[in-house]
Design a protein around this ligand. Sequence first.
Ligand code: DX5
Length: 233
Amino acid sequence: MSQHKRQDILTRLRDAAPVIAPSMLKCDFGNLKREVERLERAGAAALQFDVMDGHFVPNLTYGPAVIERLRPHAEAVFDAHLMISDPAFYLDGFLEAGCDLITFHYEAVPEPGPLLGRIREAGRAAGLAINPGTPVESIEPYLEACDVVLVMSVEPGFGGQAFIPSALDKLRRLRDRVPRTTLLSIDGGIGPETIGPCARAGARIFAVGSAIFDANDYRRAIEQLRQLAEAIA
Ligand code: DX5
């Protein structure tokens, strides 16, 4: 059962690619249920929940209890981006909350392999994220265990930062190393100017904050970004 669930999640992501995943950090936290419903109506196939603990990153957001209460209000793939220390300790909460893809940071664990395996064994897609300062070579031993590799193109913690161009070279190098079935994801400073180069470099999932939440029309913003990414594919 669990591997069918995981395969179903991966099929949904691949079928929806290029995936524009609104990053739930600059959203209206006073109306989260409405935001989630509005984003799904606007065409978001996935929602990225930016979980921050104030320790791994200098910002605090929300935990599994919030995600769990949003789960019944959307069909979209729930992507939990764990910018937290000791993600293994908190994993069960995010599994029980209904997250489909769980991405943790290479920099937050001594050894990513076991946690990647736990996520897959639970029937979810396993993601590994690397910060701008972490070389691709650091995660090469673990690529076979990743369903998604998330390249950060900003320092994690806040929305609205400038895109770090060195992320493009990391995408290109990962594209030539990851298993054919692994999806590359990019997060930080993604907008009309940067999404095309990221798609060209191999990204298939795009976490987007400001370029959606600073726009009045979410559907128009998401559609424009998808078209820019598709034009490259
Ligand atoms: C930063 C978050 C990003 C951020 C993206 O730690 O992981 O997802 O919210 O926001 P923008 O798109 O504005 O850079």
